[in-house]
Write a protein that binds this ligand. Sequence first.
Ligand code: GDP
Length: 542
Amino acid sequence: MVCCAAIMTTTQASVDGELAAATAQRRTFAIISHPDAGKTTLTEKLLLYSGMIRTAGMVRGRKGGKVTASDWMGMEQERGISITASAMQFHYKDAVINLLDTPGHQDFSEDTYRTLTAADSAIMVIDAAKGVEAQTRKLFAVCRLRRIPVLTLVNKLDLPGRPPLDLMTEVEQALDIQASAINWPVGSGSEFAGIVTRADGRVHLFSRTAPGGAAKVGVETVPLGELARSGRVSADVLAQVRHDLELLDIAGNPFSRERFLAGEVTPVFFASALTNFGVEHFLDAFVALAPSPGARPADAEDGRELTVDPIETPFSAYVFKLQANMNPKHRDSTAFLRICSGRFERDMVVKHHRLNREVRLARPHSMVAQARSTVEEAFPGDIIGIINPGLFAIGDTISLTGGFNFKPLPQFQPELFARIRPTDVGKRKAFDKGLSQMAQEGTVQIMRSLNDLESLVAAVGRLQFDVLQYRLRHEYRVETVLDQLPYTCSAWLDGDPATFKPPSASMIVKDQRNRVVVLFGDQLMKTIARDRNPDHLLRDMG
Ligand code: GDP
């Protein structure tokens, strides 16, 4: 018996050891940026340097140029924007990296916000000519709210841009965070020759090996003191680098990994994703600095707060995204789960907390761009897709033990409202099915007129309507007419709708759960409605 117990303990220890090692290897992150800053290009280059793809720029026709492996939905190619957030995994040196592909278009913020909850860190890509742009600010604010540490990559150094010191100052002022340069560019625009890694004072000089950075760059490394002798940079560039580095040494912010993880400082890197200059150094630093999955807060069933430890708590995960018909060859819906703790095994039976029942996690898969591969096992930080026969909703927690729920995901109030109907009344059934699927995925919210005769949809951004119509056409074969309504905000109405005195420019509708909703032309109208109806309660939606 003693012997048997000893063996059990050893086996358990090695299983835990494997789980701990796999967790420590994981880096789960998202890229945040304003459209066009270079997120897609960087994604592709990360795949190139990890050996996942052999040549960058493989796929055809995006914005008249390239489509990358991570952009795969028909509409994304037509519109040149990234619409769906997919996740992909790749290995780099000893690390296992999970990249959450967040949609870059500003209209698509709601989906992006939810995806960010699944990330342990973020890479903020900034265009060196444009600095901190609107969408970057918004996404950075979400990272701060969620306590996600952010690394900064200043991109497009091969084009004329703003002085690096100015960009550092802008990051600090616009985002209210300290910026600390880990490397520094040698020259910029056509004179961009390399980077200096500040920790060791070594200069990495790059040489282009293939047009458009299709293959890795050649690198020659020299000590800073020998840069002049390399003959690769002009006297002006040399003087500028020396000046900047001295200034940074005297006045720059100190950097420590602890301060980065605490969200006090963002490490700043300079690169050109298109030419691959600086990409490899960045990736090395990212793997060294970015955190592996940590403990996550949850609410126990009795209301207590608890933390879910990635290693000590048996398997748990939550749904951060739903999507139907991702691949025309597999017409089904997928729930994307972020694993928060424990080891996942195929066909595992887990507790579905909201439904209070057990579910078998059959046919799990991970995504490598368009290709699906079946997952036999997965670890904290990993993202898996599960075929969803209508069981999962966004925010659902599942676990081996049950008894807790991860904190609810952030929700955003709709700002756009529209009437929608199928052009062919005979397609009503397919229309209703498609609409309810899109609502379940969180693409839009569905509402109805009080007499049930009209369907309405609500969204955070205009693009969501476009996606809705596109997907109804392509996936459900339903052409639709959509008329946008002149409302910008809404509230649930508690109290008798018959005695409610609506302000002008408002409309009373029902949501999917039959709750009465008032749509208003603007915030002022909502305030007026509150003043006029002291016996009713107008609750903000979200
Ligand atoms: P996204 O919208 O953030 O995904 O941006 P993309 O990666 O699609 O890049 C937008 C445009 O900038 C494309 O034409 C890219 O080829 C170009 N681009 C991206 N990175 C660089 C870079 O480092 N240098 C230059 N010159 N162009 C770049």
